[in-house]
Design a protein around this ligand. Structure first.
Ligand code: ASP
Length: 441
């Protein structure tokens, strides 16, 4: 088992987890058993990844900025990153909209299925909580997101994983101030963060040793606790359209990576596969972030000066998979419920799904909360929102897993593009967890 490459080990864990979870659905006590005895292993793993996310962003971003030696470079990286992120997201939404309009998955869905889905899910706590969350988010003003980005308490920001943009703001502010006081004075702090950065990356290596077991637990839990399989089958066409769109995005990234950086697309996908498999298993780009950073820096060769900014920002604001899904889901719901959607309605979807992808949290199911806001923007009747969400709720988890893979892959692709454009894509330097083990064992 040790000799096998990491992505194979993770894949084996995933397949075994799916089979085990499936087997447990046939046993009366199976679901409880998985919840009580298997799921905690997965939750601990996700907690460990989240535990190191903030120290990693802090240390690597400070190191990245202080290595720059020139603030104007940072402005270059920043502007390019945001522009490319917006570009890829618009492409993703457009692909979704083209597919859903061509293939019309909502038109084939029968009245019976709609009635059954509505009855099963429209008052389900999963759906109602999404609606409540959406109405909380909607009540904010247009510049609220800027205001939210600025912390009033650094310690509080560092203490809350959902405040990632605040941490990034604080860290950039501090990094730039470090450049301004001059290299000599900043050296002690820079050395401190350099060491912290190496330590946290080592922690990623150690956590990843447990990844195969953790994904087993995560997937066993997803399968054992999933809903009625008949309903999943009824939504197969819709799920197929989203999946096809997501696959096209992966093809798009591969083409972009090859044409911009001359990097082999297979190698890109292979090096990113552990992060992609974790994105799939955890449904959270935030939880996957430490692994994404480790893969992009150590295995692909993107300089920390670029990856330390592009990836954390991407995990929070760049969600191509999520916005593609929002486009498809909004039109699917409109088609199924006979809501007329004009061309300008579709353009509204492009704009709101773009903003929604920036506003969506990088956690499981966040895309569905923002979908409510997309639906409201196209004038979808308020009283039918719960029915709309009920229609797609049954397949949301598997689609969430897939769109998170695309979200993470998109961030990595943009990191490579930005790195190449500023001459910061170098040779990878892989570090293993036991490089120094002999000296300390
Ligand atoms: N789970 C997704 C992510 O973390 C967000 C979403 O689409 O729900 O990237």
């Amino acid at each position: 088992m040790r000799k096998l490459e990491l992505h194979w080990r993770i894949l084996i864990g995933m397949v075994l987890g799916i089979l085990f979870g499936f087997g447990m659905t046939y046993v009366e006590w199976g679901k409880d058993f998985v919840l009580d005895w298997i799921n905690p292993l997965g939750s601990i793993f996700v907690k460990l990844l989240k535990l190191i996310a903030i120290p990693l962003i802090l240390a690597s971003l400070i190191k990245g900025i202080s290595d720059l030696k020139d603030i104007s470079k940072f402005r270059n990286i920043g502007l390019r990153t945001i522009a490319i992120y917006i570009g890829t997201t618009i492409i993703a939404i457009s692909i979704g909209l083209i597919l859903v309009n061509l293939l019309k998955p909502g038109e084939g869905i029968s009245e019976d299925t709609i009635a059954k889905l509505t009855e099963t899910y429209s008052s389900d706590s999963g759906v109602t909580s999404k609606l409540e969350e959406a109405s909380r988010q909607k009540d904010s003003g247009p510049l609220q997101f800027l205001e939210d980005m600025v912390p009033d308490n650094a310690i509080k920001a560092l203490g809350d994983n959902s405040l990632m943009l605040q941490v990034i703001f604080f860290t950039i502010f501090m990094g730039i101030s470090m450049l301004l006081i001059g290299e000599e004075k900043a050296k002690p702090l820079k050395d401190f963060f350099d060491a912290l950065n190496d330590i946290v990356l080592k922690m990623v290596d150690l956590i990843m040793l447990t990844a195969p077991v953790a994904v087993f637990a995560l997937l066993a839990n997803v399968v054992a606790t999933s809903g009625d399989p008949d309903l999943l089958i009824a939504l197969l066409k819709y799920a197929g359209v989203v999946t096809l769109g997501l696959l096209l995005m992966i093809v798009f990234y591969s083409i972009v990576v090859t044409s911009f950086t001359r990097y082999s697309p297979w190698k890109f996908l292979k090096e990113m596969s552990p992060a992609q498999l974790l994105a799939f298993s955890t449904s959270s780009s935030a939880a996957t972030l430490p692994v994404t950073m480790e893969r992009v820096e150590e295995h692909i060769g993107v300089d920390k000066e670029v990856s330390s900014f592009v990836l954390p920002v991407g995990a929070t604001i760049n969600m191509d998979g999520t916005s593609l899904y929002q486009g498809v889901a909004a039109v699917f719901i409109a088609q199924a419920l006979g809501f007329d959607l004009s061309f300008s309605g579709q353009l509204t979807i492009v704009l709101t799904a773009l903003l929604a992808s920036i506003g969506s949290a990088a956690v499981p199911g966040a895309g569905m909360v923002m979908l409510v806001i997309v639906l409201e923007a196209i004038g979808f009747p308020q009283d039918k929102l719960a029915i709309g969400l009920a229609l797609i709720f049954a397949v949301d988890r598997p689609l969430d897993m897939l769109r998170t893979v695309v979200n993470v892959t998109g961030d990595a692709c943009v990191a490579m593009m930005v790195a190449k454009s500023v001459g910061k894509l170098g040779k990878p330097k892989v570090k293993n967890w036991d490089d120094n083990y002999d000296k300390v064992k």
